[in-house]
Design a protein around this ligand. Structure first.
Ligand code: UDP
Length: 245
């Protein structure tokens, strides 16, 4: 489903997890991104982000705004596939299948705390390594070597957008993982530093609002949402005119 130039994958959560399982077993450096309206809007203004998104194997509609956009465009996506929920299903698979996981990103200490919590949640989960997300370009070769040597099948990258998408696209071949996924603030939530929105907020499509209330620093980012919605509506009007004209 093409939304403002970005090809979002039209799968249910169940289908996406099945594809994710195949990726984990294929050993092919597959890449999964989880675009929300803000990321799709930014892709129209940031060529490196756009080409990173274009290079992904799976683009899951993380935000409810992406699903609403697909409806406006007349080709509805089956459902919202939240990156955080998808990640947990893939972590469960890794635990069951004995596949190792490397956690990269967030402030110092967060990935370690997240690793501790994940090992409690998924008893057989093997964490191959962790590294914080505030590294310099000079540090990169060492971190990439550490990921490659760790034998991880899954690389979880939390550097925020667009940094994580660009970093993964540029380094996917060097890390030798089967799947790399960009999931923004997921490690902060797993580590217990940030609360995920209650289920009622998630189900009613207001998770973004809850996050903005809890982290007011996110509020300026919300301006992308109305711009995204207007651009989608305009795109629909243009398409309809072209068809009738
Ligand atoms: N981050 C990082 N390195 C950076 C910039 C950001 O590791 O250079 C981390 C930041 O600490 C946070 C995450 O990236 O843990 C971004 O979280 P955010 O909630 O903004 O992501 P979203 O889920 O909105 O994409």
């Amino acid at each position: 489903m093409n939304i403002l130039g970005v090809d979002v994958s039209a799968f249910t959560m169940e289908q996406a997890v099945k594809i994710g399982d195949d990726m984990l077993n294929s050993g092919k450096n597959s890449v999964v991104f989880t675009p929300n309206p803000e990321i799709i809007w930014s892709a129209g203004r940031n060529e490196r982000l756009k080409s990173a998104l274009d290079s992904a194997d799976l683009l899951l509609p993380d935000g409810i705004g992406v699903v609403i956009a697909s409806k406006i465009l007349g080709n509805p996506l089956p459902e919202r596939v939240a990156g955080y929920d998808f990640l947990h299903k893939i972590l469960e698979l890794c635990a069951d299948e004995g596949k190792k996981v490397y956690l990269l990103g967030s402030a110092e200490g967060v990935a370690e705390k997240a690793a501790e919590n994940l090992k409690k949640q998924y008893q057989n989960l093997q964490i191959a390594g962790t590294h914080h997300g505030y590294f310099t370009q000079e540090d990169e070769p060492r971190i990439i070597k550490e990921i490659r040597d760790s034998g991880a099948s899954l690389l979880v990258v939390c550097l925020g957008a667009p940094k994580q998408e660009i970093w993964i696209a540029e380094n996917r071949d060097k890390t030798a993982v089967s799947m790399a996924i960009g999931v923004g603030g997921a490690l902060d939530v797993i580590a217990g530093n940030v609360r995920r929105a209650p289920i009622a907020w998630q189900k009613s499509g207001f998770e973004w609002l809850y996050r903005a209330i809890c982290q007011p620093s996110r509020i300026p980012r919300l301006v992308a949402i109305p711009k995204f919605m207007l651009a989608v509506t305009w795109s629909r009007i243009r398409n309809s005119k072209e068809k009738t004209g």
